[in-house]
Design a binder for this molecule. Structure first.
Ligand code: NAP
Length: 222
């Protein structure tokens, strides 16, 4: 399968990229990034792009895509709603709309535990992610929404969010405990990547909103 990947430089995207490069079912990965990647691989092409609200110039790169793994995202902390919505909702939908009309294409979006499908709840980030999910689920492709809670970085993936860079090494040491006391809230970068590849083969069956236990199951953990 040909994979189009957004957010390849982020903590989630680094993990997804690793699993795609390791998996024989994935023949190519096109990573849409805003600056060149610091790694190379025969299956990997970096597509440097600046305007994430308009992907019309990338029609050729989007053409024969089988799956789009959308891992681009930011924290809402310190952001106004319009600013957070632009990156979270507008960038995602711009990418989705630029894909070829192909009902067998799979789009996987990483939202998060607590996403608000009603779009009317108290939390701004959860409403914005809920709206993003709802619009993706209504589009003419196979859409899967991943809602991880805590994500354990398995292979040195690092967050691009400065405030999280010191939290993760601490949380990482607590991972065995977290996994024992709240197994329903944790997953790993490996499982997210493996589960994304696995849902592409599902042909529309099963749940379209996957929380951490569903992600871990789809990844083959149980
Ligand atoms: N990490 C977690 O524990 C966790 C848990 C639940 C849900 N999530 C969700 O998963 C998604 C990814 O999280 P993450 O932890 O991987 O984030 P991250 O490490 O901060 O990475 C963010 C990614 O998004 C890209 N990005 C951010 N702002 C951008 C912009 N304005 N234009 C273009 N690209 C931009 C970054 O590219 P640059 O390298 O160019 O900045 C990077 O690739 C987010 O939606 C997050 O809410 C994460």
């Amino acid at each position: 399968m040909n994979v189009l990947l957004f957010g390849a430089t982020g903590m989630v995207g680094q993990g997804v990229l690793r699993e795609c490069l390791l998996d024989d079912r994935v023949t190519s990965v096109r990573a849409v990034v805003r600056s060149p990647l610091d790694r190379s691989h025969p299956k990997l092409t970096a597509v440097v792009h600046t305007d994430f609200t308009d992907f019309t110039a990338l029609a050729a790169e989007f053409e024969d895509v089988d799956a789009c793994f959308f891992c681009l995202g930011v924290t809402s902390t310190g952001k106004r709603e319009d600013e957070y919505r632009r990156i979270t909702h507008d960038y995602t939908l711009a990418a989705a709309r630029a894909l070829p009309a192909n009902p067998s294409l799979t789009f996987v979006y990483v939202s998060g535990e607590g996403t608000d499908s009603t779009e009317h709840g108290r939390l701004m980030w959860a409403r914005v992610k809920g709206r993003t999910e709802n619009e993706l689920l209504a589009m003419p492709f196979r859409a899967y929404m991943f809602r991880p809670g805590y994500i354990h970085a398995m292979n040195g993936e690092r967050s691009r969010t400065p405030a999280y860079r010191w939290i993760y090494p601490v949380a990482s040491r607590l991972y065995p405990l977290l996994r024992r006391v709240m197994p329903d809230k944790v997953t790993t970068t490996e499982n997210i990547g493996r589960a994304m590849i696995a849902v592409v083969g599902r042909h529309g069956a099963g749940e379209h909103i996957l929380r951490s236990p569903d992600i871990n199951r789809a990844a083959g953990e149980g």
